[in-house]
Each structure stands twice: as structure tokens, then as C-alpha cells.
Design a protein around this ligand. Sequence first.
Ligand SMILES: Cc1cc2nc3c(=O)[nH]c(=O)nc-3n(C[C@H](O)[C@H](O)[C@H](O)COP(=O)(O)O)c2cc1C
Length: 181
Amino acid sequence: MRALIVYHSDYGNTERMAQAVAAGIGARAPEADIALQRADDTKPDDLVAADVILFGTPVHMGGPAWQLKRLIDACGKLWMEGALEGKVGGAFATGGGFGGAGGGAELTLAMLHSHFLEQGMIVVGFPKTAMGYADGGLQWGPYARTGNHEGMPEGVSDPQLTAARSWGAHVIEVAGKLLEH
Ligand SMILES: Cc1cc2nc3c(=O)[nH]c(=O)nc-3n(C[C@H](O)[C@H](O)[C@H](O)COP(=O)(O)O)c2cc1C
């Protein structure tokens, strides 16, 4: 099984989450082929070659970073061909979250889910009983709030990274069950 994690990150927060997701996949499915790459370096054909496609983004002005959206919009031909149908998808995000846990994180994750569903993919969320959920989980996927109460950057915490690892393990386990049959 090939898992492709595609992310954008300006300051390293989402990249750390992406690495934790990859570690979780590797821990649960050592036989999996795991690729971690930036959205800027990703071509639509890379998605076709994967069984599991995970997108990670910082929240930018209430939505996904344009670097990821550019890749998504480049996948129109794949939509025409149905080339991604039946693949497993999932999303994770980081955001400053000024004023609470919000800042657009849930919408951002739901937007990424919408793109997966548009392609006929199967979306995996994050169950609340999974390890780490309370510290870095939303039902949509792992989310790390990286800003403090003053709106200043604080970075991704270890419990949030634990949630990201836990989710990676969950996604690959679900994908294994779905794609076996
Ligand atoms: C252009 C820009 C827009 C942003 N907009 C939001 C936002 O709408 N909501 C939010 O919670 N955080 C917002 N942030 C904060 C980032 O999402 C946050 O710092 C994130 O953890 C950065 O991730 P990175 O280190 O992977 O780039 C914004 C940051 C930038 C640079």
C-alpha cells in the first residue's frame, strides 16, 4: 500500500504534523510505502500512484493554503477520468486559531474533504476515542492550534504531534481494511 502525504508549510508547523502522521502510518503498517512531499513538488500523477492520499495545510485566511489548492485544481483531468475514485483520503491542519480553537480550521479540513469527495474518494475522519484526540483532534482530522492567547506563534505541542501520529495509524488501518477487499 502506498500512502502519499502532501503538505504546505511556511514555518514548519504543518511539516512537523506531516512527519508525525508519517510516523504513525509507519508504526501501524511497517510494510507501507510512505511518501512525504510538499504540494509545490507534487504533480497530479503522484496522486494516481497512491492508494492513500493525505493533505496537510496551514489555515490561511480561513481556508487551505493556495499551494494545495493549486494542486487540487490541477487534478481536473483526473476527475474526468475517475482516476482517484475509491482511493482513501484524509486531511490535517495547523492554524494560529486566534480567539479560540477556530480561525477556520474546521472549514479548512471540510474543504479538503469536499475535494476528496468530488474525486470519488473515501474520506477518513478522526474518531474521538483515538489516542490524542482530546489534545489535537477534530472529527475531521488532526488540528494543531499553533498560536497563543495573544495571537503570537507558539508552535506544535507534543500532545498535538501524538494526535497526528495516532491519526496516521488510524487512517492506514482503515485503508488496509477497505482496500484489501
Ligand atoms: C497568510 C496567512 C494567513 C493565515 N490565516 C490564518 C487563519 O485564517 N486562521 C488561523 O487560525 N491561522 C491563520 N494563520 C496562521 C497559520 O495558519 C499558523 O501559523 C500555522 O500553524 C502555520 O503553519 P506552517 O508553519 O506550517 O506554515 C495564517 C498565517 C498566514 C501566514
